[in-house]
Design a protein around this ligand. Sequence first.
Ligand code: HEM
Length: 429
Amino acid sequence: MYQWLDDRLSIGRLYAKAFRKAFPVHHSFFLGEITLFSFITLVLTGIFLTLNYEPSIRPVAGPLSDGKEVPAAYYSILYIDSLPFGAVLRSLHHWAAHIMIAAAFLHMLRIHLTGAYKNPRELNWMIGVFLLVFSILAAFTGYALPYDNYAFTATKIGYEIGAAAPWVGRLMSDILFAGELSLTNTQTIPRLYSIHVLWLPLALMGLIGAHLAIMIKQKHTQPRYAEKVAPGKIVGVPLFPQQAVMMGVLFLIYLAVATFIAGAFIAHPVQAFGPPTVATPAVKPDWYFMWIFGILQMIPATWRFEFLGATFGPQFWGGILVPTLIILGALAIPFLDYAKDKRRYLELPSQHPFRTSFVIGMLMFYLMTTLAGYKVDLQLTIGTLWMLVLAVPFLTGLAAYIILKAVYGKEWNQEAEGKQIGKGSAADD
Ligand code: HEM
């Protein structure tokens, strides 16, 4: 049988070429894989959901809504929850989305802290930034679909932010939401549904495919131990069978943990908010949007002016300008920290004090803007929030820089003197 297949498909050559690729073994490399497992889990649970979900707001009544008329999308969620394991599978879909965004973010941090974005991996870093942005957009469009009062209110906030982009905002929002978002617009849910189940997953699949193909072509960066074990060589286990078995086991552990979380914390029962009404409940976004919500709380309503027929108001400053600048900044990182030589080895965060303290400062910025999202609950003033958001990231970044210099400074000097020069260390930057 093997011979028959080999004659026709040259699987022996394929195995020798592709399946023997060496994968470095390092725990931090599993973060990209956890992101991938989450995406696979989302697609599989998503298929189950689409088979039972109705993307429509036509009124329906039935035993699950106690005979009351509710939108069909809302009713179909009650139906999914009533199926055997339905609520757990829906909950797994919800939690896998959280895990995917968190794992992609941590994966990005590991790439940043170890300088793995440098020449030749700039393009893969940029693809990664789009992967993170598209994953967050997929979560946003998914939130709208249960069409309860929470979903409707959260979607309305997103619609208003999109519409605040100067000149093109209203048109863009009208295309994405199929017209103005309202309780009577029957086209919005089908439009968001097609974006959520077709366009964004296709874009993610294409980008993930390109991301992994580039990673295989360029080979992984090597953890530092490889430098000592076999300098200049790729050190790792073959893709097949060793790495594949490890990934299989990790996927099973992932599924066990995620299913446990999904079962223990059933996500978002729609009955808690009921179908959408004109009265809007007080809603808070999820953690990955909370920082934008926080920035919006910091901008006074008076920060508004007109220019060439467009309005530049708080939603533009907080909801569009700041996130766009952060995305552009993230895309530019490999070019701001440019390396002439191609990078083979991971760099140590301790040896790059500016980069490491910058990451710590950005994490504090995220935490402080997230805290600003609780402005009303914590009774904080706009002045206090501005002080926290500007001062805390700067001071913690500075403190991290000083500490790194005090603890590792001697080591850098030794390297600079050429006592332990190694490729990828601070000495050859
Ligand atoms: C859906 C999201 C993503 C998936 C599924 C994914 C998947 C992966 C996998 C499986 C690897 C190889 C293992 C590893 O190095 O961890 C990898 C490597 C890489 N990823 Fe991602 N990733 C995603 C998002 C990102 C993001 C947000 C960034 C950065 C902005 C990024 C940048 C990179 C780079 C530069 C490499 C090569 C690292 C090296 O050679 O050491 N990825 N990705």
